[in-house]
Design a protein around this ligand. Sequence first.
Ligand code: GDP
Length: 755
Amino acid sequence: MPRFPPSPSPNLLQRLFSSSNKRSSSSPTAALLSGDFHLRRFSSGNAARAAKGEKEPWWKESMNKVRNIGISAHIDSGKTTLTERVLFYTGRIHEIHEVRGRDGVGAKMDSMDLEREKGITIQSAATYCTWKDYKVNIIDTPGHVDFTIEVERALRVLDGAILVLCSVGGVQSQSITVDRQMRRYEVPRVAFINKLDRMGADPWKVLSQARAKLRHHSAAVQMPIGLEENFKGLIDLVHVKALFFHGSSGENVVAGDIPADMEELVAEKRRELIETVSEVDDVLAEKFLNDEPVTAAELEEAIRRATIAQKFVPVFMGSAFKNKGVQPLLDGVVSYLPCPTEVNNYALDQDNEEAKVTLTGSPDGPLVALAFKLEEGRFGQLTYLRIYEGVIKKGDFIINVNTKKRIKVPRLVRMHSNDMEDIQEAHAGEIVAVFGIDCASGHTFTDGSVKYTMTSMSVPEPVMSLAVQPVSKDSGGQFSKALQRFQKEDPTFRVGLDPDSNQTIISGMGELHLDIYVERMRREYKVDATVGKPRVNFRETITQRAEFDYLHKKQSGGAGQYGRVTGYVEPLPSDSKEKFEFENMIVGQAIPSGFIPAIEKGFKEAANSGSLIGHPVENIRIVLTDGASHAVDSSELAFKMAAIYAFRLCYTAAKPVILEPVMLVELKVPTEFQGTVAGDLNKRKGIIVGNDQEGDDSVIQAHVPLNNMFGYSTSLRSMTQGKGEFTMEYKEHSAVSNDVQTQLVNAHNATKPTD
Ligand code: GDP
């Protein structure tokens, strides 16, 4: 498996960003993301209020002092090191530990060694710290595409982010992915070019790469004094001063004069900064065009406006490892990234067909809080909440809108990476953890006065399944516990039982998704499991209307059975919201109304397993037009059986087809291998929908049936001498070709027990 998603071409990026909301709503990913892509807008309420001379509400000032941020990076850029330093300078930890666990302690944020090995962040931890008089919550952001739900949740609770780039490695493939995700979720960001002390460090090259590859409208707000082993400090281009980092851990930031030999360059870089910002900020533009001097305060305000409007990315620099540049970056977070009320958030009103409702972000409003993360640690079961509106207090009763359960808040805490602090209450904009409440990630809590949810209640159907079984019988208890927990954390992860083999089947959004859970089971729950071959989740549907008229009759001695159902089945439009519809159009009393639910149940049960290959049948409408009953022998069971047989009999006449998940595959391969890779995609029945050139690489997009993608990472590696990368995400279910259908049906029939 390639470790990192490939870098899509600018064209692709454009397509992804500009058309993201136009994606087919039948795609689970789209369903997952839809309603969220455009849920965020940046509020101009402050300015409007100030202009009208209105007094700010009481909570405004404390809210201005909150920052909820994420730190995103390509692996090895120094995200962990930077986070550690942030915790140190904000007084959260009292000494700096070398990351990679060289001293046996390891960095504080990284609690899962699995993350480390796989090179991806799976769990999002949240930690609270204070910088000057600001409250800063750092939410760890997972960066892998397979974890759409985790990515979505982590990103939506952020108001801003730091994108860490390596000054040697530059903009790498995963930097592009995480930046794309942040752009999708409209998260304003600052960039931090790290590792200026390393040989080959070139922040200016990285800056121009960010402009070209990430299409950032950006400029440096700092410049280095010396580089590589001569890296001594930074120049703050906004306030025009030099910064040096003294003390054994760089804890004393000392301001100094600009070195004389740098004055000219500093003036040039400051001018470049002002010019770049004025291209997107009218207030600054006026000053710039009139050639008036720009004060530090004016420049700072303009950068803030432009960053929050996502028109500009300020670029910071430093070396986390050498303890240089972290404190000014924190200053940058509070100066340039938005506070919670500068982001407009929306909820979906469950009383009004999920209509979007703007949340005020005020503690005065009714409580609305999103459970974005569950964690079972040494403190027991913890739920992380982002409060969007209202106040939550210890001892309060709150309602889980998704389950309708009323829950008392037993204990409220603020998490500091691994330690915690008990608190009595928390306000809108804050991130807190609650003990011992029963919910799943993604659930919304309110005080009961509104029925809002922060995410759509519809969850995508899994595309792949796997049989799992604990190796040792003794670990059965832990095995079930693990599966229960994972299901709670991730609604795209499902657990079921194969009725034929009696095996436990786990289902999810891809091979890696399922792999990770098997691995987590081993590490966190000490359960070794054997896994079966991954299977694609096919579905079946019908393509034309077919009539049914079935009489179920047994009258040989004892209580008889009698039920007759007449009507038709027909396909639902492919974009219909419901997958199964049942309608009773009987006029009169041909069937007593008490039996109708049993008939619907019978049809539903029959549709659970289509007779082509035994997979669920979807997009069907069943219409009951007539029937007959018997005064003595009719029963619910008789009608249910009649429905099941009626469905089976008319199914073939309705010309059923098998649907398979089709994936959007994005590849980046050196151009010399393009022909081979494209040929191979053809063999896999893929349709190439895009092909761009990016330097020496070809970027290919294709739609490929998931069933033909098993083991693709290994094939791609051998086709491209290990130089190719790919990502895939679910696109839609579509009908298989006739010959594939025949093959699948034959294979299914061959495994059927002969009776
Ligand atoms: P992550 O994968 O992004 O979390 O990166 P880490 O923080 O684990 O850092 C990866 C490696 O880079 C580690 O060996 C760090 O010690 C090293 N590193 C991090 N920041 C710097 C830096 O500023 N300069 C140098 N020279 N090395 C750094």
